[in-house]
Design a protein around this ligand. Sequence first.
Ligand SMILES: [Zn+2]
Length: 369
Amino acid sequence: MLKNSFKIGSISDIPIKLHISFIIALPFIAWAVSTNIEMMAELMDISYSNMVIPDYILGLVIVIALFISVGLHELGHSFVARSRGNEINSITLMLLGGVAEIKEMSEEPHDELRISLVGPMVSLAIGLTLILVSQLISNILAADLQFIVLYLGQLNVFLAIFNLIPAFPNDGGRVLRAFIARKRDFLTATKIAVSVSKVIVFIFGVIGFLYGNFILILIAFFIYMRANQEFQYSKIKNTLSDLKVKDLMSQDVTHISGDISVKELLNKMLHRSHSGYPIIEDGKLLGCVTMEDIRKIDPQKQHNVSVREIMSTDIKKISPEEDINKALQLLLEEDIGRLMVMDGDNLVGIITRTDIFNAFKIKQIENRL
Ligand SMILES: [Zn+2]
């Protein structure tokens, strides 16, 4: 789901990744933090004149340590999720915090409650511990170190509180949904939680606007988008829950040989309305070519380039007996348009996002009648 990130290591078999936005933003956030250090030190009652480390280095240390704290928060979610039988894909640290990618998040309210609550609890525990440590040994620690420990403690407490605001996709929003889902069905619970999110987003937006706080407006917008997305996704999942891949896949698959030129394929595409073509040779699926692959080729070269040269060989497959929700999840996770439906080694169909969204629209119309 998250492209443009790379792995930096793994903890207890969970890959930890850095998103490119994090790398780009790091020097700027460090600089933003460094400009406030004198003021923050004064607020914390730490003598700025006793501090020897340059502000910018302090800012950098604090930002990196903050992101490690975010990583621990996400690890908290991940460990509890795993103990409840969920599989963890990875943890990605990005500009606006972290994301633990949990495969097929549990819809059991009790599980969701535990998984969502543990992250903020981890942050709160780290925060309070650091604040306590900074107070207990304030005479022993150098001013710089005391500043770092106390500042990080406060940031972690802030992280816990911010995440508990009951708005999707924040942990607080999930906690709220889990509470409601104890009495109502999952979809209704999501609907109510999303409505609450929108009210909060609206308040954020208004405050941001009144005080000219652009960051607050940005956060409001981000939460709004994600809340809506979450709601749409649960609606689709709910509506299509009893369908299988074989019910929606198109069986009328036009496959091609790898030897034809891109130009020939384009001519074929004009007559058939598919957007993706599997390449099969000797009964074996070698790859798939899509409109996007072709678009990368210079129009002048369409005659000379063969389909084999541009096909993608990283084929995502699914069995015809799988649930539609599994297919949708895979499409979103991998950020791709289509899956090859394979019965053993045989290609039996293709299922696309469009197939699934059309089915959803039809079901909605059906249910309204
Ligand atoms: Zn969290």
